[in-house]
Write a protein that binds this ligand. Structure first.
Ligand code: NAP
Length: 231
């Protein structure tokens, strides 16, 4: 039977491809990001017509409410993929505190806001997947210039482990994937000229399968999804 999955960061890259894959498998996908135009393109490209686009900024409370209303109109949720993310690269000495705040706001508080709002809609047996990065994975090779991004992605790791313990009481699994290099616009900004070994469509296939089945095997886990360290 078709499931209902909400995914953030669906307007491009990994989130876009994951939305198309889940929809093609017959699942209802509530797809969100700020760009209404790109979400329209996504819904248009989806032959199955299983994608419900809803534009919203994860740093804006009214938009969180709007996304939550669409989710509650449609169904309770079988899955939530907190995939949206913002990136910044700059020497630590030059990086203004406002940049740290912005990256925390999108990458961490965005997950906090949306997951708190959607928590009542998450079914028993549902799966929350938080997307972190190898940049936030303890002990991985780190890169200069990534301080704000890596700090935020490491916070996603800690948050996910605690939610895994806390939500278990309600039969909801929470896992965190620390992704390596995937050929998206974010990667091109992070590592100009680098060719990633994984395409967004490949990662979309993996993520689709993981949100649908990963909670049969894992809860509260932080899993590296990377061929090498870091990519
Ligand atoms: N690509 C990689 O190599 C890689 C590696 C490690 C981890 N990751 C992680 O994987 C996830 C997806 O990455 P990607 O490469 O696909 O990134 P991307 O192409 O830059 O896409 C990021 C998505 O997040 C959305 N977004 C950004 N700020 C937002 C906000 N304030 N509110 C709502 N949505 C927002 C963007 O949509 P709008 O601009 O339309 O809002 C976009 O859909 C991210 O969390 C990233 O950190 C990626």
């Amino acid at each position: 039977m078709g499931k209902t999955i909400l995914i953030t960061g669906a307007s491009r890259g990994i989130g876009y491809e994951t939305s198309l894959k889940l929809a093609s498998l017959g699942h209802t996908v509530i797809a969100t990001a700020r760009s209404e135009e790109k979400l329209k393109k996504l819904a248009h490209e989806d032959k199955s017509k299983n994608i419900i686009p809803v534009a919203g900024d994860l740093t804006v409370e009214d938009d969180i409410q709007k996304i939550t209303e669409v989710a509650s109109e449609n169904n309770s949720l079988d899955g939530l993929i907190n995939n949206a993310g913002a990136f910044h690269r700059e020497a630590f000495s030059e990086t203004d505190l406002s940049v740290f705040r912005k990256l925390m706001d999108v990458n961490v508080f965005g997950i906090v806001r949306l997951t708190q709002a959607l928590q009542p809609l998450l079914k028993k047996g549902s799966h929350v997947v938080n997307i972190s990065s190898m940049s936030g994975f303890q002990g991985s090779l780190k890169f200069g210039g990534f301080s704000a991004y890596a700090a935020a992605k490491a916070a996603v790791v800690g948050l996910s482990e605690v939610l895994g313990a806390e939500f278990a009481n309600d039969g909801i699994a929470v896992n965190c994937l620390c992704i390596g290099a995937v050929q998206t616009e974010m990667l091109a900004e992070a590592f100009p000229g680098f060719e990633a070994p994984v395409s967004p469509a490949q990662m979309g296939d993996y993520l689709s399968n993981f949100v649908l089945t990963g909670h049969q095997f894992y809860n509260g886990k932080v899993l590296p999804v990377a061929l090498n360290d870091p990519s």
